[in-house]
Ligand binder design. Structure first.
Ligand SMILES: Cc1cc2nc3c(=O)[nH]c(=O)nc-3n(C[C@H](O)[C@H](O)[C@H](O)COP(=O)(O)OP(=O)(O)OC[C@H]3O[C@@H](n4cnc5c(N)ncnc54)[C@H](O)[C@@H]3O)c2cc1C
Length: 383
């Protein structure tokens, strides 16, 4: 087991998770309701939304691993609450933090850190998912800004967030070379949202299309100009640390519940844990969770307050995503009929595990990245 450098904040997060967010988790999932705004502000007051953002904007300027510890503890019991900490510390706000101007940071980060506002990220499109660089959303220059047109799909917090970091074409250059990012604010004329998606999991984290119909965006809303796609995806690696943490939390929770259950539940006159095949199944679960944790710890430690190593991030994401899917499946199996009920919460963990594995780039795409980083070469997926 690894030594936890963030024990204090992790314990605080675990306490808050148990007292405040666990009691509302069922309701948010069953009714597909987002976390109430006042509960998000509570996360802000606790300091959780700005852990990895600079102190001058109200944050703590701490290494990202501290934020991941909080995400993990909240995510074990209430993913919609953890999602808020994920978005602010590892999501699009980090793009503003790392790549925006000081004026942009001052404009947007304090409200995100306090929980007044949220920022979602809009990359994917109906015909550009894994092939993100095929995106067609375009920002055409005018005298004093840009006019943005396009449609984004699967946007988490779509319709709910106040700000959207929209990846868009900012020049005529082909492929990734023409792509940059602009911030679009809710309420800007021409910005609208599709119907809420009815996802298998992720309930309590709204998802919707983001539609941009001649949205006029001022020049100073361009956070990343065309030609810096590499930098943009470099910062996206931080989001993948957050994503991996969500998966790890799901797997750890499924494991913890199973450890308890197999010692309590009796069949054939003895606790399930007395059967050797149950022991080896449990051992497989522990092996996978600990392997995912080690890879994630390594990637997060390497990131510090900066950017993680992309190879380490893809290793961590791939492992954590697949671990969460497999371990929740095994947990359901060892819970028998109870594992298949909503009451025991394992089916929710399993549903959410699938969502986190798709979001942020699939495990298959992480594998391509792993080999690409390992061999230091790019593989043309279109050739
Ligand atoms: C729960 C959830 C939340 C999300 N949140 C956001 C968000 O907030 N913002 C946002 O912009 N997007 C978001 N997404 C979108 C997500 O990033 C994409 O769904 C993901 O990148 C995959 O794209 P796709 O769905 O178009 O699948 P496709 O790209 O069509 O892939 C389908 C399958 O083909 C495989 N595949 C594709 N290309 C290759 C290849 N070259 N080689 C081998 N296999 C390949 C994939 O691995 C996958 O298994 C979210 C998605 C989900 C499910």
């Amino acid at each position: 087991m690894t030594v936890d450098q963030n024990r204090e904040i992790r314990e605080l997060a675990a306490r808050v998770a148990a007292e405040v967010y666990a009691p509302m988790a069922d309701e948010l999932d069953v009714h597909r309701r987002p976390l109430p705004a006042e509960e998000r502000r509570r996360l802000g007051e606790l300091g959780f939304l700005g852990i990895a953002l600079p102190e001058r904007f109200g944050g703590a300027g701490a290494p990202v691993s501290q934020a991941l510890a909080v995400i993990e503890e909240l995510a074990k019991v209430c993913r919609p609450a953890a999602f808020q900490v994920f978005e602010s510390n590892t999501g699009p706000a980090q793009v503003v933090n790392h790549l925006g101007t000081e004026e942009q940071r001052e404009r947007w980060l304090p409200a995100i850190v306090s929980g007044e506002k949220t920022m979602a990220v809009a990359i994917s499109e109906p015909d550009a998912g894994s092939a993100a660089t095929d995106m067609r959303t375009v920002a055409k220059p005018t005298d004093d800004g840009y006019v943005v047109n396009g449609a984004k799909r699967w946007i988490s917090n779509g319709g709910e967030a106040d700000l959207y970091l929209v990846y868009t074409r900012l020049s005529d250059a082909p492929g990734s070379k023409g792509i940059g990012a602009v911030v679009v604010e809710k309420g800007m004329p021409g910005l609208s949202f599709g119907a809420p998606e009815r996802l298998m999991g992720f309930r309590g984290i709204p998802s919707a299309d983001v539609i941009l119909d001649n949205v006029v965006v001022p020049k100073d809303h361009v956070v990343v100009p065309a030609g810096s796609f590499g930098k943009l995806f470099g910062v996206f690696s931080i989001e993948r640390l957050g994503n991996s943490t969500m998966s790890l939390a799901i797997a750890q929770e499924a494991l913890d519940r199973t450890v308890k259950y197999v010692q309590e539940r009796e069949q054939f006159g003895k606790p399930l844990i007395e059967f050797q095949s149950v022991q080896t199944t449990l051992a497989d679960m522990v092996l996978q969770v600990e392997a995912a944790r080690s890879l994630l710890d390594k990637a997060a430690a390497g990131a510090g307050t900066g950017l993680p190593n992309p190879l380490q991030v893809s290793l961590a994401k791939c492992t954590a995503n697949e671990t969460a899917k497999r371990v929740t499946d095994l947990a359901m199996q060892l819970h028998g009929g109870n594992g298949y009920t909503e009451e025991y919460g394992l089916e929710r963990l399993h549903r959410d595990a699938h969502g986190w594995a798709i979001a942020g780039g699939t495990p298959t795409m992480q594998r391509i990245r792993i080999v690409s980083e390992l061999l230091n070469r790019r593989f043309d997926q279109r050739g």
